[in-house]
Write a protein that binds this ligand. Structure first.
Ligand code: NAD
Length: 275
């Protein structure tokens, strides 16, 4: 991560959903927001406050207010956005960095999914974005000209054999970004997804065979995998005024992975050195 501040978010306020520990994408996004001069609240579920290191992050970010909230529950979001307004005022940006699938974690085969878990995957990983935006609007907690960013994975666009029902959740998440983006445009509010490289986080490493997936992406991407700190720097541009006409996009932040068919490194891995 660049240590230099560009002051990109000076005077801006926001809320970041999903930092758990030092590995989390949202952890690095919070540090970068702090570096760029934003004031923001940090939100997660109760269990994350107990098991994660959210308090430490708050301290690192100048005692950023902490808001406990299950983003799959509208009534908790309603309270959360009122709390945000009381503690900080209206938001100029919202970051959604939330994902969870019990089917992936417990390695249920796609043809034998537990449907209760499937519903939960969709609710927590995708519908939560819809709920967050709806409650922010209802609470009058987001400013005109604001920016919303959600984290996604290329498994929402193409089949990745181990990504299971998370692929469906990401496809839905990206669709919600388009559907809501159209409506938010009337207020100059932008919304985009960042499609990030495989990253060694708690959610990422819950995927069976994650290390192989990570290595495959590393060997395929001309620039190599994008790390969590790289992701945070990219997200800063999307939260800043520099991207005020970018909306409803799924932006690949993956070292070029999404545009490559096959690379020499993968061919050599499969067939050994040769022509
Ligand atoms: N790690 C990767 O390889 C990778 C790649 C692309 C996209 N992403 C996406 O990035 C986002 C962040 O994941 P991460 O990799 O930083 O892992 P992470 O485990 O650090 O973050 C996931 C967060 O979701 C939170 N969460 C779970 N249920 C919630 C709920 N009901 N309400 C509110 N928060 C809840 C967790 O507490 C946790 O903080 C996810 O959307 C994930 O799918 C991750």
């Amino acid at each position: 991560m660049t240590e230099k501040s560009y002051g990109l978010l000076k005077g801006k306020k926001g809320i970041i959903f999903g930092p758990l520990n030092e590995q989390s994408l949202a952890w690095h996004i919070a540090l970068a927001c702090h570096r760029e001069g934003a004031a923001f609240a940090i939100s997660n579920i109760k269990m994350a406050f107990r098991l994660g290191k959210v308090d430490k992050l708050s301290t690192l970010c100048g005692d950023a207010p902490l808001i406990t909230c299950d983003a799959s529950r509208s009534e908790e979001l309603e309270v959360a956005f009122n709390e945000l307004k009381n503690k900080l005022g209206k938001a100029d940006f919202i970051v959604h960095s939330i994902g969870m699938s019990s089917n992936v974690r417990k390695m249920r085969p796609y043809q034998d999914l537990n449907y209760e878990w499937f519903h939960k995957t969709l609710d927590v990983s995708a519908l939560s974005l819809h709920r967050i935006i709806s409650q922010a609007l209802k609470a009058d907690a987001i400013n005109d000209g604001g920016s919303i960013v959600a984290l996604t994975y290329i498994g929402g666009q193409r089949t990745f054999s181990r990504y299971s029902d998370m692929g469906d959740a990401k496809a839905l998440l990206e669709s919600i970004v388009r559907s809501y983006g159209y409506r938010l445009g009337k207020r100059g509010i932008r919304i985009n997804t960042v499609s990030q490289s495989p990253t060694k986080t708690t959610a990422g490493t819950a995927i069976k065979g994650f290390d192989r997936l990570y290595e495959f992406a590393e060997k395929t991407s001309p620039l190599g995998n994008a790390g969590a700190e790289d992701c945070a720097d990219f997200v800063m541009t999307l939260l800043s005024d520099l991207t005020r006409k970018v909306t409803m996009q799924n932006l690949y932040h993956d070292g070029g992975f999404s545009s490559v068919g096959i690379s020499d490194a993968i061919l050599e891995e499969l067939y050994g050195p040769g022509e």
